[in-house]
Design a protein. Structure first.
Ligand code: AMP
Length: 145
């Protein structure tokens, strides 16, 4: 395993790499899809976490899924956006991790997912782990001998 100063990649955990909750754009389960689309377009992210009113992680929601839900035969029926709730279009299969999870497990996770949500033992949202944060460490490790 390549060394990072005195650390190796295998020593890193989610705790060292996470973007904390207060810096993460999110929406709530009960929000209309219209609000979610606004957050997604304003933030520039393809998808963001979905939380409940207690800040517990519920899933993720992305632009593509929302637009698929309002796609008619000939046009996007945008008037439907206010009737659809986030919970009915969110993705519940996005991976979640805990702060103590090791680097190699995370590396495998981000092969198929652009980010994973970080939760505590009770399911409260603590932040996200992004593919970018993982790749930055891999890149850094390539230049240290
Ligand atoms: P990145 O690896 O930086 O491209 O991020 C991967 C994905 O994580 C992005 O496409 C977003 O869906 C999500 N993401 C990254 N940063 C944030 C953030 N601050 N708030 C919400 N979602 C984010």
């Amino acid at each position: 395993m390549t060394k990072l100063g005195h650390l190796t990649l295998a020593d890193l955990t989610v705790q060292d790499l996470l973007i904390p909750a207060d810096k993460v754009a999110h929406v709530q389960v009960g929000n209309p899809a219209e609000h979610a689309l606004l957050v997604l377009v304003q933030s520039g992210y393809a998808s963001v976490p979905v939380l409940d009113m207690y800040y517990k992680y519920q899933g993720t929601i992305g632009k593509t899924k929302i637009l698929q839900n309002v796609m008619g035969m000939e046009r996007f029926e945008m008037e439907k956006l206010s009737e659809i709730k986030v919970e009915s279009v969110m993705d519940v299969d996005t991976p979640k991790v805990t702060k103590d999870m090791d680097f190699l497990t995370c590396l495998k996770l981000v092969i198929n997912h652009p980010f994973a949500c970080v939760v505590d033992e009770q399911g409260y949202f603590e932040g996200i782990l992004t593919r970018r944060a993982i790749l930055k460490q891999v890149n850094k490790s390539m230049y240290i001998d």
